[in-house]
Design a protein around this ligand. Structure first.
Ligand code: COA
Length: 158
């Protein structure tokens, strides 16, 4: 069984992430969306909220699930016998960061392949922090995120 991990912060999940998950789900037998920790970031949503948003957004995909891990992503990938790690590339400026991450991951385990998906141009400008900013600025984000994300923002504001 070809298992792939799609790691990230997902703070929150966006249509950009979803587009990659949907494409990857056709190529791999199973995709595990992994909420991992980037120590450089301060998160807006709790892990529970992020899991809830992801679960709701992937309901239509029967070979995709979500998990959370506090250690190294590659160690999680080894634990579940994953064959690949998926990352999305949006713009040229993503490359530098992804190259460093991929090189560190390869150092940990060269047997787990890094697989990159080029984001479709319609969603290639989206990032989670941009979504947070747009929402805070009262901009309509309904075309950029699954509905559950908007519901969770509203719930958080109460
Ligand atoms: N659509 C929308 N947004 C996208 C995207 C896409 N297709 N591809 C990337 N992004 C955005 C994300 O929304 C995020 O935006 P933000 O910075 O505004 O929040 C940004 O690109 C990158 O975030 P993400 O892909 O979630 O990565 P990250 O840098 O937050 O986290 C981890 C990377 C969590 C996978 C990585 O730090 C990790 O594996 N941590 C565990 C420890 C580890 O193993 N470290 C590596 C070895 S040292």
């Amino acid at each position: 069984m070809r298992i792939a991990i799609y790691p990230g912060s997902f703070d929150p999940i966006t249509n950009g992430h979803l587009e990659i998950i949907e494409r990857a789900s056709k190529i791999f037998d199973k995709i595990i969306i992994l909420i991992a920790i980037n120590n450089e970031k301060k998160y807006f949503f709790t892990i529970e909220d992020r899991i809830k948003m992801i679960k709701e957004s992937i309901k239509h995909l029967n070979n995709v699930c979500v998990d959370y891990y506090e250690g190294l992503t590659m160690h999680y990938a080894q634990k579940v016998n994953a064959t690949a790690l998926i990352r999305g590339l949006r713009v040229v400026s993503d490359f530098d960061y992804e190259w460093k991450l991929a090189t560190a991951n390869e150092y940990i385990d060269p047997n787990i392949e890094m697989v990159f998906f080029m984001a479709h141009k319609e969603v290639s400008f989206i990032s989670s922090s941009m979504i947070n900013e747009l929402y805070s600025g009262n901009v309509d984000i309904s075309k950029l995120v699954p509905n559950i994300v908007i519901e969770m923002y509203k719930k958080k504001a109460k």
